[in-house]
Ligand binder design. Structure first.
Ligand code: HEC
Length: 468
């Protein structure tokens, strides 16, 4: 059904600079696939009698891709740090891994850009290993084969401290909130001044619950930047609705680093409007969320301003969203880019009836290309898909960005609390929303051309050697 809905859009396009990238990646994939085909007979022979074991084959994958969340005291419901803990979950693990629900990374692998900065998905080989392990009775194997234990940084360490040579330059802390042991979800929205007395440019952002206890209740947190824009030099800033969101943090997210020579501008006298979604954890927990900001040196500000757009997916605005009972629907909305821009990421947002979202670019020459699609949206996870440096699309001004959402308000949608209700826009999880959070770095014509040329040069280099 999905494929039918979007078939016309998926036609590979179309020889433009950034579009050529896809061709190259596809080319490489094809080569990769060929390589796999060539060595397959050998592998198949080796594997025919060898069921993967936990100790040798599976544990290394869990160490790298699961344990960050699946360990005692962290957000996942169970630990997967040793065989005894993992074995009872083998069937469930197979299921979640095969359907690409775990690790939480739900971008469609078959369409759109596939190069990401923060990809935590499993490779097909890793998935196959886990599936064959589960199907083969989930054997332990020889404990002597186990990889060394994973080492995790202490909770009170800032992830980017090494990179930027010290802790954040500024930490803004939300007003503490107490979550009862048993309760419906809370949305906590305190307003906290940044305390800045001069404008500063941000090059890195981290957010984290203040304590390990806090990690159990903090589902996600938004930090909205509130500030006066005295000199709005970019129309696009107006289009984006102001300075916008500084950052959204959700379980499993590390932080955000600005691309070279670009940053977010935080002004003197600004404030952070928090929007924190807490869930109860069976025990009373009081916590706050910390926003850590790393600044560019005062004498070396970046040239380009990055703005977080909220691109809606409902023509005519939120009030036009009305999902009939027992019905599958799509909605969409178009946004014109008034400046050239580099699209940095895709972060779809819907609730329980939301099944998927797609971001498509229609360039002024009339060509269209799907940039990203999530067709198995899961409200538990607000993943942010950050494009790799050489994959972030460079779009000329006049590009129309189309955000399409689709909805399943039937009983086939297992997340649906009641398929017999009409559903409209709203904050509650049982209401709906449809927007993509998209960071855009706006570039004037000269810089845009330079960025395109640089992209071409890098790609030429990385694809050197007749790979094409
Ligand atoms: C970013 C954190 C994170 C990572 C990484 C992660 N998980 Fe999870 N996992 C969770 C959370 C939270 C849940 C419970 C919510 C949900 O089901 O989405 C969960 C649920 C599960 C479940 C379902 C448990 C049940 O109650 O049935 C399985 C199975 C699972 N994860 C396996 C894995 C495996 C295997 C990996 C690595 C290949 C992995 N997860 C990586 C956080 C994570």
């Amino acid at each position: 059904m999905r494929a039918d809905l979007f078939a016309p859009e998926t036609t590979p396009a179309l020889g433009d600079d950034y579009m050529a990238r896809t061709g190259r990646v596809l080319g490489r994939l094809a080569l990769g696939a060929l390589g796999v085909t060539l060595i397959l007979p050998e592998l198949a022979l080796a594997q025919a009698d060898a069921t993967p074991t936990y100790s040798k084959d599976v544990a290394p994958i869990f160490r790298e891709k699961c344990e960050a969340c699946h360990r005692p005291g962290y957000i996942a419901p169970m630990s997967l740090q040793n065989y005894a803990e993992s074995r009872p979950w083998a069937r469930s693990i197979k299921n979640r891994v095969e359907t690409r629900q775990m690790p939480p990374w739900h971008i469609d692998a078959a369409v759109g850009i596939q190069d990401f900065q923060n990809d935590r998905s499993l490779s097909q080989v890793e998935i196959d290993t886990i599936v064959r392990w589960a199907d083969g009775g989930a054997p332990q194997g020889n404990p002597g084969d186990l990889p060394p234990a994973a080492v995790f940084a202490d909770d009170d360490v800032w992830n980017y401290a090494d990179r930027f040579g010290g802790p954040p330059d500024l930490i803004v802390t939300s007003t503490p909130h107490t979550m009862p042991a048993l309760s419906q979800d809370h949305w906590w929205k305190p307003l906290v001044p940044t305390g800045l007395t001069e404008d500063r440019w941000v090059r890195g952002i981290e957010m984290r619950p203040s304590t390990t206890e806090g990690r159990k209740i903090t589902h996600h947190a938004l930090a909205r930047l509130q500030q006066e824009e005295d000199d709005v030099d970019k129309e696009s800033l107006v289009a984006a609705g102001g300075a916008g969101l500084l950052m959204e943090w959700a379980v499993g997210k590390e932080g955000e680093i600005m691309r070279e020579n670009s940053g977010k501008l935080i002004k003197a006298g600004s404030e952070i409007l928090w929007d924190i979604h807490y869930s109860s954890a069976g025990e009373e927990v009081t916590d706050s969320v910390e926003l850590g900001l790393y600044f560019y040196p005062k004498d070396a500000p970046p040239k380009h301003r990055q703005v977080l757009n909220i691109w809606m997916g409902i023509e005519g605005g939120p009030n036009n969203l009305l999902l009939p009972p027992n019905t599958v629907t799509t909605t969409s909305q178009h946004h014109v880019m008034r400046e050239n821009g580099r699209i940095e990421n895709f972060q779809p947002h819907q609730h329980l009836r939301g099944k998927g979202m797609q971001m498509t670019a229609i360039t002024p020459d009339g060509r269209s290309r799907v940039l990203s699609r999530v067709s198995d949206f899961n409200f538990n996870w607000h993943n942010n898909y950050v494009y790799a440096d050489n994959a972030a699309p460079l779009l000329p001004k006049g590009t129309v960005v189309e955000i399409t959402s689709w909805w399943d308000n039937t009983s086939a949608n297992r997340a649906n609390p009641d398929p017999n209700q009409w559903v409209g826009w709203g904050d509650r999880t049982v209401d709906e929303m449809a927007h993509a959070w998209v960071n855009v770095t706006y570039l004037d014509d000269e810089d845009f051309e330079a960025a395109k040329a640089e992209r071409e040069a890098t790609l030429a280099e990385t694809t050197d050697g007749g790979e094409q």
